[in-house]
Design a binder for this molecule. Structure first.
Ligand SMILES: [Zn+2]
Ligand SMILES: [Zn+2]
Length: 110
């Protein structure tokens, strides 16, 4: 079955379109990245997560699953200028980010 990709050029993919085993593996890598002690380790985990999900690794080397409260499975470039920071977390690597689409879609109510 063909995978339908979005027509835009952003490196994005849908978490919920992934098989459950890949979702688990992705979560696992994100958890490890959250606690990675070095930038090298962090970027290695991000690169693995990207190749796992089939997303094109962005120049930032940093991808994130949307942390929006709506049911959004968007995995996107964490340094996309249109992404929206919900919360920076203390002591961990991964802040909570909203994907550009959600930021667009919900900004009137935010
Ligand atoms: Zn989103
Ligand atoms: Zn949303």
């Amino acid at each position: 079955m063909a995978v339908i990709t979005h027509a835009h050029t952003r490196p994005e993919t849908d978490y919920y379109a992934l098989p459950a085993t890949l979702q688990d593996a992705f979560d696992e890598l994100m958890e490890q990245a959250d606690q990675a002690g070095t930038t090298d380790h962090f970027l290695t985990l991000m690169a693995r997560a990207a190749s796992l999900t089939g997303i094109r690794l962005p120049a930032s080397g940093d991808i994130r699953r949307c942390a929006c409260s709506c049911i959004c499975g968007c995995i996107f470039d964490a340094e996309d200028p249109d992404a929206h920071v919900i919360e920076w977390t203390d002591g961990y690597n991964l802040g909570r980010l909203q994907c550009p689409t959600c930021h667009d879609r919900h900004s009137e109510t935010a």
